[in-house]
Design a protein around this ligand. Sequence first.
Ligand code: AMP
Length: 284
Amino acid sequence: MKPAVVAEIEPLRAVVAEARRKGQTIGLVPTMGALHDGHRSLIEAARGRNDFVVVSIFVNPTQFGPNEDLQRYPRPLATDLELCRQAGVDLVFHPRPEVVYPPDYRSYVEVTGLQDVLCGASRPGHFRGVATVVLKLFHLVQPDRAYFGQKDAQQVRIVQQMVKDLNVPVEVCVCPTVRETDGLALSSRNAYLDAGERRLATVVYRTLIEARRSIEGGERSAAAIRERMRERIGAAPGAVVDYAAVVDAETLCEATEIEPGRPLLLALAVKFGGTRLIDNLLIP
Ligand code: AMP
């Protein structure tokens, strides 16, 4: 069945309230659209544990910097709705920016510290926009569970921290990164890559795998791993490292010594031409 599509707040609240009245549990999957199999895996996870699944499709302007790709970000609504239909979504929330941010809008959420490192360092204000829109979606939909991809590891940590700090009654569910067969993490931004960049882009995941292997092989110096990741990416012509990080998976602070039993995050942001790709591996 086709999902209902609503663009305004009142009908969104009404449809969700009706589901609640029937005693249904509600799962929310926040997205910016241009849906792919990574998003589909989140929807399927939500479908598996909730009676009523809401997908939001909103290219959130507050998480884009002034020189970023807000205008050119892909918005293939018809194919997105078809994917939602196939995946059994009940309701799609697709608001215009003015609905989410009316002209007199003033309130923002900041998750200090966590928002300033990694992607936050090269994209100032990005996670303030993310945390703000996610909290708004939580208030609008009031889901029992919300689904996020490990692909955006920093986003996950920030949402988890916000939910804990602000006592938001939502269970944050994290789903594994879905990849192409050659390892490239699916991303709506992969569509920006030309054929040559697309071939090169596999270096990102390969570098993460090699870093994990060297930790498994006994490497204990985080600096050495960082250096090796930088070299590996640097050797790919046209790939420019934004960051190559080995951080504590919880605090996102740079690790020095790798201690067994302490979860680590290996994270990369790499530019191929004008396209910035991110990926990560969690070392439990
Ligand atoms: P986006 O539309 O890029 O804002 O992503 C919406 C949600 O889908 C976020 O929670 C992402 O982490 C998640 N997501 C994006 N790409 C992937 C992927 N390749 N595998 C799993 N989840 C993903």
